[in-house]
Design a protein around this ligand. Structure first.
Ligand code: IMP
Length: 443
């Protein structure tokens, strides 16, 4: 009788804060364990910015999965992703210059969504409109919201459409609709994109479509199911983070996709039974970029700037400075409950620019301590904090648990204790940007 292969599984990496937790490094770390044969993006688009360092190579990717620097890993872009084809082709060619031809191992779902050349302009127009009525979301300007809106309204384009004979008509009809929207924004709100800019973007986009046709466009759900039946395991790479989830974040200051691990199944076309571990990623402090309230923000501007500079807290996609805050355990507990994270990575534990640091343990609305995470973060009028000793620069580059400073060790124990009801393991603590700058904590 033929021996049956043991079925493979999917593990997920998800940010547990507001994004920019340094997931790219942890994904790279997990992939080097040789447990996985592929890495898959399941949501978001080129709004992500993943910095990966390997030896002398530093690569910043926005749309290509983070396993790109590892030669034998298959790279998947799932149906839940809105694909910015210009970024994708640019990243493929940047990797080629680094000596990595990813084309043979890159697979795009035919059901993934296409970001059109007009989506970023519509993104700008929508932000302009919002700024008139109150607050901007502070989007990355990559056309994410408009691309997902088109899909929900069933007028969007799929990657597979590129190969169909009526692509030109479909594209022209969507472009006409978008141009009408842009005319409305100009007529009603005075927001105008110069015609030359649109023409230039269109030419570049159509040229890029031809390059995309040469990539492997396939039924990715089928391919990943096949890999699992061959006994291979896949790592699903979350972009953004739980606190930016469209349903569970601080709406409307969120991204337009579900960032939660629950979306791995829908964004790749997999049954929920295939998902095993959820790796959550946090930084030892918190950052946030874009609009909306940020209760844990460091109030002392000078102190915030110290964290911003030491942590290089400037967006990899937009270059915007990130607001810096203390570790927010109240938000973290909410994110763990929603994501089911059972193992966590703590990044940037070498960054601690204060003798005394704070940790947010609760939120208050007026004088009332909140028991549950609020619907709107602007309901929060103050935060409850606890003070802990800082560790300055003492832990940069530490690779051995035994060499960790006393203060950082007690900080890690403190976090573990505050999360003890979740039975979570701190599997690795980052102390610098390189792959080897980390140490294991829990066994
Ligand atoms: P969008 O995803 O570009 O529509 O932006 C919506 C919100 O999500 C904004 O507040 C962005 O700053 C935020 N955002 C989107 N992608 C990232 C990311 O990769 N890191 C951090 N924030 C992000």
């Amino acid at each position: 009788m033929k021996k049956k292969n043991k079925k493979g599984f999917i593990d997920v990496v998800v940010g547990l804060q507001w994004g920019d937790e340094g997931k790219g490094k942890n994904i790279d770390e997990l992939l080097s364990s040789k447990i996985y044969s592929g890495v898959a993006r399941f949501q978001g688009g080129a709004n992500a910015g993943h910095t990966i360092k390997s030896g002398k190579i530093t690569f910043i990717g926005h749309i290509i999965p983070s396993g790109c620097l590892q030669k034998n890993i298959e790279l998947y872009i799932g149906n839940g992703v809105v694909v910015d084809i210009i970024s994708l082709i640019k990243e493929i060619s940047e990797l080629k210059k680094l000596g990595l031809n990813v084309i043979p191992r890159l697979y795009l779902s035919n059901r993934a969504k296409l970001v059109s050349y007009l989506h970023p302009f519509l993104d700008q127009a929508e932000e302009y409109f919002r700024s008139k009525g109150g607050d901007k979301v502070g989007t990355t300007g990559r056309g994410i919201g408009p691309a997902y809106s088109d899909i929900r309204a069933r007028r969007g384009l799929l990657i597979g459409d590129i190969l169909s004979s009526d692509f030109k008509q479909k594209e022209a009809s969507l472009a006409k609709f978008h141009m009408n929207l842009l005319k409305m924004y100009e007529r009603e709100y005075g927001f105008k994109i110069p015609t030359e800019k649109i023409t230039e973007a269109r030419i570049k986009w159509l040229e890029t479509i031809n390059q995309i046709k040469k990539l492997k466009i396939c039924d990715l759900s089928f391919l990943i199911q096949k890999r699992l039946s061959e006994g291979k395991n896949i790592l699903a790479e979350g972009a953004q983070a739980v606190m930016l989830d469209i349903d569970f974040g601080d709406y409307p200051n969120v991204t337009s996709s579900n960032t939660l691990p629950a979306n791995v199944c829908l964004g790749l076309g997999m049954p929920h039974t295939t998902v095993r571990n959820v790796y959550g990623v946090i930084k030892a402090y918190t950052t946030k970029v874009g609009g909306g309230s940020f209760p844990a923000r460091i109030k002392d501007e000078k102190m915030e700037k110290l964290f911003q500079d030491a942590g290089h807290e400037f967006g990899a996609t937009t270059g915007r400075p990130r607001m810096c805050g203390w570790l927010d355990l109240f938000a973290l507990r909410y994110a763990i409950k929603l994501s089911g994270a059972n193992k966590i990575f703590i990044n940037k534990a070498d960054i601690c620019q204060a003798n005394k640091i704070k940790v947010v343990t609760g939120y208050r609305e007026a004088k009332k301590n909140l028991k549950e995470f609020p619907l709107y973060l602007n309901q929060v009028t103050s935060v409850i904090t606890e003070e802990i000793s800082g560790w300055g620069n003492a832990n940069y580059g530490v690779k051995d648990k035994k060499k960790v400073s006393r203060e950082l060790a007690s900080y890690l124990k403190y976090i573990k204790n505050k999360l003890s009801d979740f039975n979570i393991k701190i599997i690795s603590v980052g102390t610098g940007p390189d792959r080897e700058h980390s140490f294991g904590w829990d066994k």
